[in-house]
Ligand binder design. Structure first.
Ligand SMILES: Nc1ncnc2c1ncn2[C@@H]1O[C@H](COP(=O)(O)OP(=O)(O)OP(=O)(O)O)[C@@H](O)[C@H]1O
Ligand SMILES: O=P(O)(O)OC[C@H]1O[C@H](OP(=O)(O)OP(=O)(O)O)[C@H](O)[C@@H]1O
Length: 226
C-alpha cells in the first residue's frame, strides 16, 4: 500500500485535490471537515493521509508515508540534508511563494542587503543588542545570511503573524513567505531588492527508500517520472 500524505486544510489541500483530479485520481475527505481520514478513487493500493503541511517533511523522512505533497520551503527548512532521504518528484504549479527579507518601509536608506548589513553593524553599537529578524525559517535564513557574510543580527522566533512583529517592536526586520505582497504592504514593510532567499511551490515528494511495482504504477498513472 502506498501512503500519500497531503495537506489537511485550506487552499493547499484543495489545489492538491484538483491536481490529482486532473490526472484521474479523486482524493476526498471521508467524513466531516474535522475528520482527518481520506479516500482515494481511481488508483489502487493508495491510501490518503491528511496531515499538517509542516509535518509532511518529517513523516516522509521517517517513512511513515511513501509520497507527500508540501511546499519546497518546508522540506528545506525542516530537514537538514533532505536530499539523502527524499526525492523531489514534481513541482505542482501552485502554492508559489517567495521567502524574502523585509524591513520597515520608512527605512529610506535601506533597499539592499548591503544597506541592511551596514545598518546592522551600527545598530548594535547604538542599541546595545543585535538587530532582530523575526522568522520561522531559522535554518534557511541563517544559511542565506552566512553565505552573504552577514553576522550582526539575531533571529527572533515567530511562528505566525510575523509581519506584525515590527510594529509590535519585537523585531526590526522579518524573513517570511510572501505571494501577493499584501500582508507586507498592510504592515508597512518593503522587500530588500535581492533575489528571494528561496522560491517555493507545492511539490510531490517521495521517500527515497520507497520502491516497488505499486509505486511505479501510481507514478505512471500520474505522469510523473521517478
Ligand atoms: N500566502 C501564501 N501563498 C502561497 N503559498 C503560501 C502562502 N503562505 C504559505 N504558503 C505555503 O503553504 C505551505 C504551508 O504553509 P504553512 O506552514 O503556513 O502551513 P499551514 O497551512 O499553516 O499548516 P499547519 O499550520 O497545519 O502546519 C508552505 O509551503 C508555504 O510556502
Ligand atoms: O503575500 P501574501 O499573499 O499577503 O501572503 C503572505 C502571508 O501568507 C502566509 O501567512 P499564513 O496565512 O499562512 O499565516 P501565518 O501568518 O500563520 O504564517 C505568510 O506567512 C504571510 O503572512
Amino acid at each position: 500500500m502506498i501512503r500519500l500524505g497531503v495537506p489537511s486544510k485550506g487552499r493547499l489541500m484543495e489545489q492538491t485535490f484538483d491536481w490529482f483530479a486532473d490526472r484521474g485520481v479523486r482524493l476526498s475527505r471521508s467524513g466531516s471537515d474535522r475528520e482527518y481520514a481520506g479516500r482515494v478513487e481511481g488508483a489502487e493500493d493508495v491510501s490518503l493521509v491528511l496531515l499538517s503541511a509542516g509535518e509532511i517533511p518529517r513523516e516522509l523522512r521517517a517513512g511513515r508515508i511513501e509520497l507527500g505533497v508540501t511546499g519546497t520551503d518546508l522540506v528545506r527548512e525542516k530537514l537538514a540534508g533532505w536530499r539523502s532521504d527524499i526525492i523531489e518528484l514534481a513541482g505542482m504549479g501552485f502554492g508559489h511563494a517567495d521567502l524574502i527579507l523585509a524591513v520597515p518601509e520608512c527605512w529610506r536608506d535601506c533597499d539592499t542587503l548591503d544597506d541592511l548589513t551596514s545598518i546592522a553593524r551600527d545598530f548594535r553599537a547604538t542599541h546595545g543588542f543585535r538587530l532582530r529578524i523575526a522568522t520561522k525559517y531559522h535554518r534557511l535564513v541563517r544559511a542565506w545570511l552566512a553565505s552573504h557574510e552577514v553576522a550582526d543580527y539575531q533571529l527572533v522566533d515567530s511562528q505566525g503573524a510575523t509581519e506584525g512583529t515590527v510594529a509590535n517592536q519585537t523585531a526590526e526586520a522579518i524573513a517570511d513567505i510572501t505571494s501577493s505582497g499584501e500582508t507586507l504592504r498592510a504592515n508597512n514593510l518593503k522587500i530588500l531588492s535581492e533575489e528571494p532567499i528561496l522560491r517555493s511551490q507545492a511539490t510531490l515528494f517521495a521517500n527515497r527508500a520507497a520502491t516497488g511495482p505499486e509505486l511505479d504504477r501510481f507514478l505512471s498513472l500520474l505522469g510523473v517520472n521517478a
